[in-house]
Design a protein around this ligand. Structure first.
Ligand code: NAP
Length: 112
């Protein structure tokens, strides 16, 4: 018999209230997954903790934060996380003109 629990585990990044990560966390939870919901600020995911979802701090661009989160997840899952949904990020809606400026700012000259 395997020592692994039958319950599937999922870590979702960027679960602040009202976003896609929040909705995914609640959806996985309602389907019986063991959900680890993360955010940069715990107060933004306290509503998920209140319904029984495990919450943790994770800033995906901070190596020490990532390392801490990996340790927490390893301990909690016995090193057998099933799914990672790396949702964290920020969308940008920009005009074509702004896009050209942005590319030049990055040192890439792009002419149409
Ligand atoms: N909504 C759309 O139409 C759409 C379309 C295409 C792609 N997406 C992508 O889908 C994802 C979710 O979108 P959303 O609309 O739900 O956006 P959202 O409500 O702004 O949620 C983004 C989440 O990512 C978190 N986040 C940002 N930078 C982070 C970092 N360095 N480390 C950890 N967490 C970080 C935010 O945390 P804070 O609350 O702390 O800022 C927030 O929890 C994003 O990656 C977005 O680019 C969205």
């Amino acid at each position: 018999m395997s020592g692994k629990s039958a319950q599937q585990t999922v870590l979702i990044t960027g679960c602040s209230k009202g976003g896609i990560g929040d909705a995914l966390a609640r959806s996985f939870h309602s389907k019986g997954f063991k959900v680890f919901a993360s955010a940069r600020t715990l107060s933004k995911i306290s509503h998920l903790k209140a319904i029984g979802i495990s919450v943790l701090v994770l800033d995906i661009v901070d190596p020490s934060s990532v390392s801490n989160a990996v340790d927490v997840i390893k301990i909690a899952t016995g090193g057998t996380l099933d799914i990672l949904v790396n949702n964290a990020g920020a969308g940008k809606i920009i005009t074509l003109l702004n896009k050209e400026c942005y590319l030049i700012e990055q040192g890439i000259l792009h002419r149409y």
